[in-house]
Design a protein around this ligand. Structure first.
Ligand code: MN
Length: 485
């Protein structure tokens, strides 16, 4: 059972409208989920419209609504034309006495009445014990037995606040599945990070149904993640779940987008980093055989392997990434590209393909044309000083020092560079474009300039995290191209 649309939607701050629920429900049905808990019909008119929309979509999955042990809740579920109800009775004394202000036998009677009422109206009933992990075990067992006698088609044991451990889970589920002759379901929460472990333990001990949500979303720390349970069963236990695994990543993205809940980068299987490799030595291993540093192939989940370059980048990962861009470089060029990638990496940046393309283009250009080199520059700028730049260039091996002012620091350094080469060439700046490639103030800045000399026009670029460095680099590159002949 997938409860993304009910328990998942109970995540603080999440509200899905009918159309959004329908998108998610279609996807869940497409990947092969057996039961979709579409919501809680008692909640609101809008919720009922959404559940009704899902129920009338003609999906293969059984469509279910959450209900409390009250006839009114069942009536609302019936209004939505669902196939089944997830009928939840509080079963711990804490919930029975403190929350409901009733006693065990009253809860038993209310449960049986509601089960019978729902069965009389043709619904499939999954009878669920809320806070079961803190309930008296003998009471709980007798309640389930009575529930099945009253017509419940399945029962569910809810670890409502995530207190189970796998050892207790195995005990509980082997007991329940041996005394009950209907399927037993498990519903876990991840308050201690054990939701998946407990769910797997329950399934191993006889549970035949698990309540899951995409990305593990749900109240507080969330529910058991569907994609994790599916892949654990498929990949680690060699069990066929019937779920289309290569749609799991797209499903995860859809739910994240529609709920507005981001998936953390290190989340198993569906997190951004789950199949992303950075460290140089790992990439070296991956080049030989991807299984060296991957537990399974990303394609199995409908994903792709990503190699990003950062501070741990090595020659092999940069060479590999350059090859994928169709670029061949010599050793000196590779060294310069690597050092620029590492500079960005030291700032915590990941170097994307377009970053690398820009860096490589820039470096290859510099190595082709090198009559003019920028040795260093100094800029003074502020709201009460005239922006002033001094630059030191080497032109054909000779040192040239020059200074100039400008409208701003970028303009000042440009003027300084142009003045320094004025004896060799009269360079005009025709156009200037600046672009932050990956966004953020620490992003790689790409500067494109169009320069002209005696009617000859060239476009050149510079790429640095510093806009002034990027500008100088672009201009020097352009000047070198113009001075080539
Ligand atoms: Mn729950």
């Amino acid at each position: 059972m997938d409860t993304t649309l009910r328990d998942g939607e109970q995540t603080p701050g999440v509200a899905l409208n009918a159309e959004e629920k329908l998108w998610i429900a279609r996807k869940l049905d497409e990947i092969g989920v057996s039961v979709i808990e579409a919501g809680s019909a008692i909640t609101s008119e809008g919720e009922r419209e959404a559940i009704k929309a899902v129920a009338s979509e003609g999906l293969d999955a059984e469509i279910c609504s959450y209900c409390r042990i009250m006839e009114q809740d069942v009536d609302y579920a019936l209004e939505c034309d669902v196939d089944s109800i997830h009928l939840v009775a509080p079963v711990s004394d804490l919930h029975i006495n403190v929350k409901l202000k009733k006693d065990r036998e009253t809860v038993r009677q209310m449960s049986m009445d509601t089960i019978q009422y729902a069965k009389d109206h043709g619904l499939i009933v999954e009878f669920s014990g809320e806070d079961a992990s803190r309930a008296d075990r003998d009471f709980l067992r007798s309640l389930y037995i009575d529930g099945v006698d009253a017509g419940a088609d399945r029962v569910c044991y809810c670890d409502t606040v995530g207190l189970l451990v796998p050892e207790i889970t195995r005990e509980v589920f082997s007991d329940l599945s041996s005394v009950l002759d209907v399927p037993v379901a498990v519903h876990c929460h991840d308050d201690f990070g054990l939701a998946v472990a407990n769910t797997i333990a329950a399934l191993g001990a006889g549970a035949r149904e698990a309540h899951l949500t995409i990305n593990g979303i749900g109240e507080r720390a969330g529910n058991t993640a569907l994609e994790e349970v599916v892949m654990i069963l498929e990949w680690l236990y060699n069990y066929d779940t019937g779920i289309t695994s290569n749609e799991l990543y797209r499903t995860s993205r859809l739910v994240s987008r529609l709920t507005g809940l981001p998936v953390s980068a290190n989340k198993s299987l569906v997190g951004a980093n789950a199949f992303t490799h950075e460290a140089g030595i790992h990439v070296h291993g991956l080049l030989a055989d991807t299984s060296t540093y991957e537990p399974l192939e990303p394609e199995i989940l409908g994903r792709e392997r990503k190699i990003v370059l950062g501070k741990h980048a090595g020659k092999s990962s940069v060479t590999l990434a350059l090859k994928e861009l169709g670029l061949d470089v010599d050793n000196a060029q590779l060294g310069e590209i690597l050092s620029r990638v590492k500079q960005l990496g030291d700032h915590g940046k990941h170097v994307t393909d377009s970053d690398l393309q820009t860096i490589a283009d820039t470096v290859l250009n510099i190595y082709r044309e090198s009559r003019v080199k920028l040795e260093d520059y100094t800029i003074v700028s502020g709201n009460k000083v005239m922006p002033t730049a001094s630059v030191r260039l080497s032109v054909d091996g000779k040192e040239v020092i020059e200074a100039d002012i400008g409208d701003g620091p970028v303009d000042a350094v440009l003027n300084g560079v142009r003045k320094a080469v004025a004896d060799f060439a009269d360079i005009q700046l025709e156009e200037y474009h600046v672009d932050a490639i990956t966004g953020g103030t620490d992003a790689l800045v790409e500067v494109l300039v169009k320069l002209s000399r005696d009617g000859k026009v060239v476009t050149s670029r510079g790429a640095r995290t510093d806009i002034i460095m990027a500008t100088s680099e672009a201009v020097i590159n352009g000047i070198n191209q113009l001075m080539q002949n």
